[in-house]
Structure formats: structure tokens, C-alpha cells
Design a protein around this ligand. Structure first.
Ligand SMILES: CC(C)(COP(=O)(O)OP(=O)(O)OC[C@H]1O[C@@H](n2cnc3c(N)ncnc32)[C@H](O)[C@@H]1OP(=O)(O)O)[C@@H](O)C(=O)NCCC(=O)NCCS
Length: 143
């Protein structure tokens, strides 16, 4: 039985195993939890019987006009059951007030997001792989 929640106080590090599949480095559970709690909004799917998170999505935002969705992942054994779609539906709820909601994805996933009303755009990024696997850090500029 699955339960969806956007209350990250219900989530603990030991519920977060198995994510960042296929990444050369995974975020640590402490980093992962800090990501969930530090986001503008996060939604997780919890398998009640297993007591673990099986899918998550996060949104960051200025709270006024722009938002982005940096993370969406469903554990392999739970994929193909509509969990990713439901996580997206929930995280996008009320986002009509933003001018833009952006996310980056590989080309094969564009039809997936197209079904959710999103459109392809060109973009740029700067990546620092070494940032993964560390502990949660102080936020720059937040003295
Ligand atoms: C993408 C992802 C979140 C989808 O979650 P999910 O719970 O399996 O998705 P749903 O059950 O809601 O939808 C399944 C659909 O997504 C499609 N899909 C899943 N992964 C895909 C991929 N990598 N490329 C293209 N389509 C994909 C499936 O083919 C399926 O299509 P169908 O409904 O026409 O059969 C999940 O596959 C995942 O975690 N992948 C690894 C991480 C990732 O790529 N995240 C997205 C970052 S932008």
C-alpha cells in the first residue's frame, strides 16, 4: 500500500536507500534528506509495508514566478505503476501561478513530460559531480 506525503518531517534517512540508480556517485542519505527538507516543495511515495520511500520529486522556487524540478526518481521495482506521474501531478499542483516550471531531462523522456503538459526548450547547465556524496553543507550566502 502506497502513501504520498509532502511532509518531510515524516521521512528519515533510513527510509531513503536505493536512489540515484546508475549515477557514478550517489548522494548520501543525509544529503538526500537535506535535499528533500531544503526544497520549496517535495513529495515522496512511501511503501507502508516496507517502511521506505520508493519515489520522490522535488521543486525549488523563488516562490513568485519561477520554479524548477531538479529531481524525480522511482525505485526500479516500483517503476511502471504510475508513481512518477502521480508525484509529478502532486508537485505541479498550484504551479499555474508561476511563469515557468523548468526541468532537465534526456531526450527519450521528453514524451513522458509532454504528457504532463510540458514543452521542450534548449538549455545550459554547469555540473560538479564531486559535490555528491558529501554531507549536507551550509548554504552559500545564508550567514
Ligand atoms: C522516469 C521515472 C521517474 C518514471 O517513473 P514511473 O513511476 O516508472 O513512471 P510512470 O509509471 O508514471 O510512467 C511510466 C511511463 O514512463 C515511461 N518511461 C519511464 N522511464 C523512461 C525513460 N527513461 N525513457 C522514456 N520513457 C520512460 C515508461 O515507458 C512508461 O510509459 P507508458 O506509460 O507509455 O508505458 C522512472 O523511470 C525513474 O525513476 N527513472 C530513473 C530516474 C530518471 O530518469 N528520472 C527523471 C529525471 S528527469
Amino acid at each position: 500500500m502506497l502513501r504520498y506525503t509532502d511532509d518531510m518531517t515524516e521521512v528519515a534517512e533510513d527510509m531513503l536507500a536505493g536512489f540515484f540508480q546508475g549515477w557514478p556517485r550517489a548522494a548520501s542519505p543525509a544529503q538526500h534528506l537535506a535535499v528533500l527538507r531544503g526544497s520549496y516543495r517535495a513529495v515522496v511515495a512511501v511503501d507502508r509495508a516496507a517502511g521506505r520511500v520508493v519515489g520522490f520529486v522535488t521543486m525549488i522556487s523563488d516562490g513568485v514566478l519561477t520554479a524548477s524540478i531538479p529531481w524525480l526518481e522511482v525505485l526500479p521495482a516500483w517503476q511502471g505503476r504510475g508513481i512518477g506521474t502521480e508525484l509529478m501531478r502532486r508537485v505541479l499542483e498550484g504551479s499555474e501561478r508561476f511563469y515557468s516550471v523548468d526541468l532537465l531531462c534526456d531526450a527519450p523522456l521528453q514524451p513522458y513530460y509532454d504528457r504532463l503538459g510540458m514543452s521542450p526548450v534548449p538549455g545550459m547547465t554547469l555540473r560538479h559531480p564531486a559535490a555528491l556524496q558529501g554531507g549536507p553543507r551550509e548554504r552559500p550566502g545564508k550567514a
